[in-house]
Design a protein around this ligand. Structure first.
Ligand code: F6R
Length: 241
């Protein structure tokens, strides 16, 4: 794991966006794996700035999001589909046909999960996957437990995640209890992974991730240690007490 510690969230966001910019410019076609949540918002803002001010071109960029809540319409403002449009897609020259977010309202969800992984494979796999990390060590919505799923699947969100994400909802009871998420295997297939974390509330989980020497399904992020190209970008608050 390569570790980059930045002085603050702004520098972290720029660092991540610059890595993406370098590869978007270098490869004609690129498949990006995207995350939602608070952490990547600054990176997406910087990508928008790079598009507006430096003409960074997204016309050949294809995206696959990690996860989506089950049961929310894509126009529900808490859906990840809405989030991606608001925070990135509506502000860059990406073809919406090239963006993929799991459909939390698909009729046959099991079948849909299989197709999602297949779609990623058919596109040639993910070149760079952006990840945040939950305070409980989840990546995507792979929650701690006895077993981890390899492929995209339907997950029961943990109490911890429901509590953490309640801040986005008017009423904490409105947080969906289930989501579709890429599995640990789907994530590890990405050629490169950028894990971002900022703020004091991520200090404990980042310390645990950096120090862990065992694979532990109760700490899903530990499986990132199997990957040969993970860059962890953290700000000072998430790195030192
Ligand atoms: C979001 C996702 C989650 C978040 C994690 C951290 O698509 O897959 O794993 O990255 O819950 O969320 P924030 O960034 O809000 O702290």
């Amino acid at each position: 794991m390569e570790l980059i510690v930045t002085k603050d969230y702004d520098e972290l966001s720029k660092e991540a966006a610059n890595i993406l910019k370098r590869d978007i410019k270098k490869y004609k076609k690129i498949n990006l794996g995207l995350a939602t949540g608070s952490t990547p918002i600054g990176c997406y803002k910087e990508l928008i700035r790079l598009h507006e001010e430096e003409g960074l071109d997204f016309s050949d960029v294809v995206t696959f999001n990690l996860d989506e809540y089950i049961g929310l319409d894509s126009n529900n403002k808490n859906s990840y589909s809405y989030f991606m449009k608001e925070n990135l897609f509506n502000h860059i020259n990406i073809d919406l046909e090239n963006t993929h977010i799991p459909n939390g309202k698909a009729k046959n969800l099991k079948e849909y999960c299989k197709k999602y992984d297949q779609k990623i494979e058919d596109a040639g796999g993910i070149d760079i996957q952006i990840l945040g990390i939950g305070t409980n060590g989840h990546i995507g919505f792979n929650e701690p437990g006895d077993r981890l799923n390899i492929n995209t699947f339907i997950v029961d969100l943990s109490e911890n995640t429901i509590k953490d994400n309640a801040r986005f909802f008017e009423n904490p009871e409105d947080v969906p209890k289930k989501a579709i998420t890429m599995g640990i295997g789907s994530i590890l297939k990405a050629k490169k992974i950028l894990l971002l974390a900022n703020g004091k509330n991520k200090y404990d989980v980042i310390k645990k991730l950096l120090e862990t020497e065992t694979l532990d399904s109760e700490f899903p992020a530990s499986f990132l240690k199997l990957h040969h190209d993970v860059v962890v970008i953290v700000d000072k608050d998430a790195y030192e007490k």
